[in-house]
Ligand binder design. Structure first.
Ligand code: HEM
Length: 189
């Protein structure tokens, strides 16, 4: 929601798609989500730019290793900085820009085999929750964008939005996001 407020044209595009697909329906169904291609790009870009688990889960090397010029003795705890990788200009054009369209026609996915994009990790310990997490996020975001327009408190501009993130095992906003929901249509209309 923070990135959508900061990027009004992306918000408009996502809302138009959701509202066009849902029309006057009363709820979001699985078949509707399958059609929401732009919404999926928005979620993918959010997972790239703000991976919820930026350092994945720690690993321990089983044997002595040499990777990328570093000696890693057996039993070393290794932390992968997936967030830094997802913002590395060697792998991403304009990495600091929230730009869902970057994934249009791209084969890069979050299934753990594209190492520049590790929002759900990779390998034997990668997140088993993808089939639960993604539909839940799509469903929730579709509802929020469908039923409401979102405004910043009076006097605030998108550029004023504080995007500071709290560091830790799980990434989140440092300060709460305050938005005003404006009903777009009543459920029974
Ligand atoms: C957007 C939502 C989610 C994100 C971004 C996410 C991300 C991650 C990441 C990065 C890891 C570590 C993977 C690694 O180190 O390679 C992980 C592990 C895990 N996740 Fe998720 N996760 C999400 C939702 C869920 C959900 C909904 C479930 C359960 C239904 C779940 C269950 C787990 C479990 C059990 C592990 C540990 C796997 C292991 O150690 O073998 N996650 N997740």
């Amino acid at each position: 929601m923070s990135e959508l407020i900061k990027n009004p044209s992306t918000m408009e595009k996502a809302q138009n798609e959701v509202r066009q697909i849902l029309g006057k329906k009363s709820t979001v169904e699985e078949a509707d989500l399958r059609e929401m291609n732009y919404l999926k790009l928005v979620i993918k870009e959010t997972l790239r730019f703000h991976p919820p688990a930026p350092f994945l889960l720690p690993r321990e090397s089983g044997v002595d290793l040499r990777i990328g010029g570093y000696n890693i003795p057996a039993k070393t705890k290794v932390v992968v900085n997936a967030m830094a990788i997802a913002r590395d200009p060697r792998y991403w054009d304009e990495p600091d820009r929230f730009y869902p369209e970057r994934f249009l026609g791209s084969t890069i996915d979050i299934k753990g085999s594209d190492f520049e994009f590790l929002a759900f990790g990779s390998g034997r310990r990668m997140c088993p929750g993808i089939p639960y997490a993604l539909p839940f996020v799509e469903f929730t975001l579709a509802h929020l964008l469908w039923q409401f327009d979102w405004k910043l408190p009076t006097g605030m501009e998108p550029k004023d939005l504080d995007m500071t993130e709290a560091t830790g095992l799980i990434a989140r906003r440092k300060n709460d996001l305050h938005l005003i929901p404006v009903p777009y249509r009543s459920i029974d209309s």
